[in-house]
Every structure is written in structure tokens, then in C-alpha cells.
Ligand binder design. Structure first.
Ligand code: HXC
Length: 514
């Protein structure tokens, strides 16, 4: 055989395998409005950058009729490539091959590329479109997912791990993403559940659609399993590219710096925030007056919207933002917002991303629902995350900073490096109304005119405590600043913190209130 015929034979073999589950199955996938696994990789990566491995791997199952089946590539594509010139490792499950289910060889392909990503210290992207553990392969498929979960855990905090859910994903195909840093979902396409509707029907006798059980909206808004929500696959890939631009390749690096840009000219910061602490405003508008080019990549936009988390740049450097959102529940901390912020703080800390905290909140949300949902345990996570974080940490108190909220939102006491407060800041154990009603209860009750007395006591309390100057007199805040000075103060604080070096006590690991 000549070289040419060998090459032609290789091409023929490649083409056949690249057809995944065959033409009909590919057409079915397209009819559902889904790209196929290969198209997804090519759409996400830089042009001509994808290099594939293990194309010719076949499954090894011998039971339940599997012995006579050919599963091209065993239902998953693995490889390396670049996104905006940055190297990444990737796998994409192919739903056209046995529902993208994971058998032994499928799992070996995924673990091979995971090992590579960890060894080479580059981000790992997993495109999940799979019914989970392949039923016909029994314990071998469970073993396969176990090996994946183990690697997800080892890689956590070392390399960025990004999961994309692009189909009905069950069992291990959602537990592996849950162990990764960021989960992307797409309207109508993504479904995530541990057990699908058919299992629910047979075990519980209940009918439920895949969408109601675990559609993209469910996970973006209710469960908090998803971090980014898109309306199309292509929009989702753009979101991934933007995220990659903000984060470093591994925990040993800093994120790439971009040319510094001024924020866009628009409403001034002092015009956005009303002086009256009872009037809400959109904290996103404040963030955009601070970031380069007013750009901000919000994470978990639709979940626990009473807190805002996301990435922006300050003088070209990636910065994480954690900010109360006075427009939703007055920006209180509750179970979900504490979980959301705590995990993000730990992400920033693991990947050398400094954190800016913008504070305006009345404290933790009171009530039986929250207490019974475990607000003590969940709320403690944010205390733990800020205390443990050693990246540069800057706080600005805009208006309210009451009670536990004051401490939790990166106060000096949790080792903020710089704390600034606007003259409108109110730092106290609780709001003046509540405080006056408790500490002056007797005087108010005994007064000739209780209402008048209450108003007088509220005024007294306000004058004494509801301002930034008591905290400033103790050195708990470093400076009371004019709102228009906010960006320049933060930029300078970040500049002088560039070389920050602090050490925590040596330990195997802490025990955060998971
Ligand atoms: C083998 C599977 C499969 C699986 C789907 N298929 N899931 N084959 N093992 N786990 C096959 C189907 O038989 C079908 O083959 C093809 O893939 C497409 O599946 P459909 O059911 O036709 O598609 P759809 O209606 O879209 O439903 C998708 C689905 C459903 C919701 C994922 O297939 C489903 O519920 N599958 C089982 C999910 C599950 O319970 N997996 C095990 C999880 S346990 P044909 O030949 O007909 O085209 C697990 C262990 C880890 O993962 C646990 C971690 C803790």
C-alpha cells in the first residue's frame, strides 16, 4: 500500500468516526435546535486550533447487546485548543452516541484530558450532553464517574473548571459539573437532574416535564446550580470566552492584564445613590462607574439577586466585585446570598483575584423561614470566606452597614486591607428605629406622648451612631471619602496591595460551614 492510500484510509476512518451516532441521529440532534458535539467545540475554540485525541477509542462493554454495537469514539470527543489564544483542554459528550452515556472507555477519555489539564495547568472545559452512567456497563460506569469526581476535586482551586450543560443531563453528568467552578446553561436546551422524569414516574408515580424538573431557568433562578444563562448555544460560547478573558490559567498565575480604560461617561456615582437610606437604587450602576470601560461580567445574575457578584477590571487588572443590591430585599444577607457570595470570594482568593466589596445593607434577613433554612450555617460561610481570603480586599460602605451585615461584608475585623465610608454611611448594631424601640422602651412607654418620645430617641440614636464617624474614630474605617473619590481611592488601594503577602496558620485545611 502506498502512503497515499494509507492516508486516504485514515481520512475515511476519521470521517466515519466523526459521524458520531450516524446521519439520522445527527439530524435528530439538529432538529432539537442543538449543535452536535464537534460543532460545539469548533464554535467555541479559536479557528483551526482544535487538536483531537483518542478519536478511535471504542467501548469495551460485553453485556445487554453492547457486544455487537459500534459506538464511535465511545460518545465523547476530547482535545486541546485555544480560546482568544489561551490554551485549554476540552471534552464534549456526543448525545447521538447512546445518549452520550458514560461507559468505561468514555470515562477514560475524559479522565485522560482532565489529567492533562491539571498537569499542564490549563483550564478544563466540559460540554455535558449525557444521560449519565451507561446503564449497560454497570459498576464500570459508576467507577468512571467516581474517577471523574475525584479529579474534579483535585483540580478544584488549581485550574479553572468550566461546565456547559447542553442537553438532558442526569446523574454523574450533573454531579461532575456541580464540583466545577462555573456552570453554563442555555434556555430550552439544558436540563439537569439526578433522576429523570421516567424514574420519578416509576418510583413516585408523579408526572413532571424535564423543563419543570430541571430546565435552564430552574437552575439559574431557583437552585443556584447554574452561574451563566444564555438564550442560544452561540451566546453561551461568547459568555465562556468573556469569562476566560477575566480569569488566570491556573492558581499559580495572575489573570492577564488589559490596557487600562476609564469608565464610560454617564450618570455620576453620587447621582445614582439617593441620600435617603430607604430609597433603593441599582448597585450595578455604581459598579459600572468604577470599572474600566464600565464593563462588568455578572455571575449568577438570576439567583439570590439581593447580592451581586462578578468580574470587572480596574486599571486593566481583573477584580472581583461583591455588592449588596438595595433594589432586592433592601440588599439583605440570607441563606442563598451568603452561599453565592462566599463561594465567589473563595474563587477569587484561589485564583489571585483581588476583591472590592460595596456595602449597603440592613443586616441578615430575620424570620422563621430563614432561621429554619439554616441562616446561621449559611450566613457563617461569608464570614469564613472573607476571613480566610488573603488576596487584596477593599471595602466601601455607601449607606447602611448594620449589625452582622457590617461585620460580614469584609469589615476591618475580617481583615479588609482598606475600608472607606461615604459621609452617608450608617454603621450601627441595627437601624435607628429598631434600636430606639429596644433601648428606650421604658422611656417611650412612660412618656406622656410616646410617639413624640420615640421620634426624639430615634433622632438621638441617629446622631450618635448612624454615621461613619464613630467607626472612623476607632480606626475601623480608614477614611471617610467623597463619593466621587471612590474609584481613585480603590485604584490606589489596589496598587499598593499588589505585593500583599500574609500567611494563615499552617493546617491541612479548614472546616468551613459547608
Ligand atoms: C444507557 C442511555 C442512558 C444511560 C440515555 N440513554 N441515557 N443509555 N445509559 N444512562 C440512551 C437511550 O436509551 C436512548 O437510546 C438514547 O440514549 C437517547 O435517550 P432518550 O431517552 O431517547 O432521550 P430523551 O427522551 O431526551 O431523555 C434523555 C434522558 C433519559 C432524560 C437522559 O434518557 C434518561 O432518563 N436516561 C436515564 C438517566 C439516568 O437515570 N442515568 C443514570 C444516572 S446514575 P436509543 O437507542 O433509544 O436511541 C449516574 C451515576 C452517577 O449517573 C451518580 C453520581 C452520584
Amino acid at each position: 500500500m502506498s502512503l497515499r492510500s494509507n492516508v486516504l484510509d485514515l481520512r475515511k476512518r476519521r470521517k466515519e468516526v466523526q459521524m458520531g451516532g450516524g446521519e439520522k441521529a445527527m439530524e435528530k440532534q439538529a432538529k432539537m435546535g442543538k449543535l452536535n458535539a464537534r460543532e460545539r467545540i469548533l464554535a467555541l475554540l479559536d479557528k483551526n486550533s482544535f487538536h483531537e485525541y483518542d478519536l478511535f477509542v471504542e467501548h469495551s462493554a460485553k453485556d445487554f447487546g453492547m457486544e455487537s454495537k459500534v459506538l464511535h469514539g465511545d460518545g465523547v470527543i476530547i482535545g486541546t485548543g485555544t480560546i482568544n489564544g489561551k490554551p485549554i483542554c476540552i471534552f464534549a459528550q456526543d448525545f447521538t452516541v447512546e445518549g452520550g452515556s458514560l461507559g468505561l472507555m468514555h470515562a477514560r477519555k475524559i479522565t485522560k484530558i482532565m489529567d492533562h489539564a491539571l498537569k499542564m495547568r490549563v483550564p478544563l472545559i466540559g460540554i455535558n450532553d449525557s444521560g449519565g452512567a451507561r446503564i449497560q456497563e454497570g459498576v464500570n460506569s459508576l467507577a468512571g464517574y467516581g474517577e471523574i469526581f475525584f479529579r474534579n476535586t483535585l483540580a478544584s482551586g488549581v485550574i479553572p473548571q468550566i461546565s456547559v450543560i447542553l442537553g438532558p443531563c442526569a446523574g454523574g453528568a450533573v454531579y461532575s459539573p456541580a464540583l466545577t467552578d462555573f456552570v453554563f446553561v442555555v434556555e430550552n436546551i439544558s436540563k439537569m437532574f439526578i433522576t429523570g422524569p421516567s424514574v420519578i414516574k416509576s418510583v413516585l408515580g408523579e408526572e413532571i416535564s424535564m423543563e419543570e424538573l430541571g430546565g435552564a431557568r430552574v437552575h439559574a433562578e431557583i437552585t443556584g446550580n447554574a452561574h451563566f444563562y444564555a438564550t442560544t448555544e452561540l451566546e453561551c460560547f461568547e459568555q465562556i470566552k468573556t469569562l476566560i478573558s477575566y480569569i488566570p490559567r491556573s492558581n499559580a498565575k495572575k489573570a492577564a492584564a488589559y490596557p487600562p480604560k476609564a469608565p464610560l461617561k454617564g450618570k455620576k456615582i453620587e447621582e445614582i445613590v439617593p441620600v435617603d437610606p430607604r430609597i433603593p437604587y441599582d448597585m450595578r450602576d455604581v459598579i459600572k462607574t468604577l470599572t474600566d470601560g464600565s464593563e462588568f461580567l455578572e455571575v449568577m445574575e438570576h439567583f439570590a439577586p439581593n447580592i451581586i457578584i462578578g468580574f470587572g477590571r480596574l486599571d486593566g487588572e481583573t477584580t472581583g466585585f461583591v455588592a449588596n443590591q438595595p433594589m432586592v430585599l433592601a440588599g439583605v444577607l440570607d441563606c442563598d446570598s451568603s452561599d453565592k457570595a462566599a463561594r465567589f470570594i473563595r474563587y477569587c482568593d484561589a485564583f489571585n483575584i483581588p476583591i472590592v466589596t460595596l456595602e449597603d445593607l440592613p443586616g441578615y434577613l430575620p424570620g422563621v423561614d430563614q432561621e429554619h433554612a439554616g441562616v446561621i450555617r449559611h450566613g457563617a460561610k461569608i464570614l469564613y470566606a472573607y476571613s480566610e481570603a488573603t488576596v487584596p480586599k477593599v471595602t466601601v460602605i455607601l449607606r447602611k452597614a448594620y449589625g452582622g451585615g457590617y461585620i460580614a461584608m469584609n469589615s476591618r475585623h475580617l481583615r479588609a486591607d482598606f475600608v472607606f465610608a461615604w459621609p452617608t454611611a450608617e454603621i450601627a448594631v441595627m437601624g435607628p428605629e429598631g434600636a430606639a424601640n429596644i433601648i428606650f422602651r421604658k422611656e417611650i412607654a412612660e412618656a406622656e406622648n410616646p410617639d413624640e418620645m420615640r421620634q426624639q430617641k430615634i433622632k438621638e440614636y441617629k446622631e450618635k451612631f448612624a454615621n461613619p464617624y464613630v467607626a472612623a474614630s476607632q480606626g475601623y474605617i480608614d477614611e471617610v471619602i467623597e463619593p466621587k473619590e471612590t474609584r481613585s481611592r480603590i485604584l490606589h488601594a489596589m496598587k499598593v496591595s499588589e505585593n500583599k503577602s500574609v500567611y494563615l496558620p499552617s493546617k491541612k485545611h479548614g472546616i468551613p460551614p459547608f
